[in-house]
Design a protein around this ligand. Sequence first.
Ligand code: NAP
Length: 479
Amino acid sequence: MSSSTAVTLIAGDGVGPEVAESARKIVDATGVKIDWHEHEAGAEVFKKGLATGVPEETITSIEQTRVVLKGPLATPVGFGEKSANVTLRKLFETYANVRPVREMPGVPTPYSGRGIDLVVVRENVEDLYAGIEHMETPDVAQTLKLISRKGCEKIVKLAYALAEAENRTNVACATKANIMKMTEGMLKRTFEDIAPEHPEIDSWHVIVDNCAHQLVKKPEQFEMIITTNMNGDILSDLTSALVGGLGFAPSANLGTDVAIFEAVHGSAPKYAGQDTINPTAMILSAVLMLRHIGELEAASSVENAVMATLASGVRTRDVMGDEGSVGTTAYTEAIIGNLGRSVPEWTARPVKQVQMPVPRKEAAFIIPESVELIGVDVFFQTEEAPDKVGTAGQLIAEGTKLELKMVECRGTQVWPATRAQLDPTDVMRARFITRGSVITSEDILDLLGRFGGRFNWVHVEKLRMFDGEPSFSRAQGEV
Ligand code: NAP
């Protein structure tokens, strides 16, 4: 028998304590020795006035155990505190969110019989979830979509390590690279660079909206989908619905040092304390945790027992409705009673322990041989007509090393006029480009000083060429 493994247990909010207790009981019943360190995070912590929702003791415990089984945490909506979930993911750089779904016996869905068994590997700390937002004006909100080569490389390498450990031979990368060529394109390019290292795996790219369409039409064509944070959030809720809903969707947040296992679902407050919630998602998250700590046999035993229980007709309210369903506690006991049993054709997939890739430490992965400053984009507040703005911008640039190339609003050129029928907001962007000579930051500061005398600028971006390639996109209508 193995020695005991320390795991931080966060019961969470709403239905969290019920599903966490169910998973803990089942893991304990396998005989695997877990030393549970119970700590809190989420709603109760916010109520005590801690804005992160995650107390120091919890952070210290995770630093020590490096493995967490976590119930859902309620997130305050709108302004105010950040999500405690996102805080945990970011604090421990759990850069990958792994969300497997599999058809379950006794859980009828429109897809029953098609053998859905796929995993969404979602980038977990970058993208729009960086949460860097600004009100440009009271009318216009902006968020930054940040995607790094480093982040993409980490997620793609981990996905292939997982595919190999689970013997999956088909890996799709879903992006919106056709529109966001730099950000979403970064994942596509990184995927295409790394895929040839895995010739035994069929690797392909799919545009994310088509991926959603294909998942509804023919989900069995997918074995693994690698995607960016926001896309993965949406696609993985879709995939959970294919196999019976959020009650059956587990997840693992994996980092180089720390792993956090949790159900995909939230705190479902309306079901809290009723002993009716389906704990399967949390139990299957504990299965992922057991595999992570090397308890492969116990993990398969729990997964087989879950399938044996469902196949025997013991199911919760979300599957059966009120008639004929069992409560959370009875369902848990039935699974414990089925440990050691399995149903033919419904057995756990043979897997190896995932060898977590060791990421490169450098901050910059791509060092260009040449960098050339060629201009600046200035975002500013105005309610003036585009032709007036354009004329003013030309005058401002007179006598400087830069000239006004165009003005746009929400990504569409408004000066020089195009045929676009735009309904402008009160934020525009003026693009100034060098008149031909080499320019420096001082030239840009000079221009900005003049521009600020006429318009209220809110932020600027330098325009550069990396190895002769522009570091910026063109506006709609810009030539
Ligand atoms: P939710 O808690 O996931 O619940 C939405 C619906 O999903 C429920 O009403 C229920 O559908 C179904 N559902 C959820 N868990 C289920 C389970 N175990 N078994 C069967 N059905 C289940 O989402 P929400 O209401 O949007 O969010 C509530 C709170 O949780 C929010 O504060 C949110 O921020 C937080 N949240 C936390 C996490 C996390 O900790 N990782 C994730 C998501 C949301 P029916 O009503 O159809 O029965």
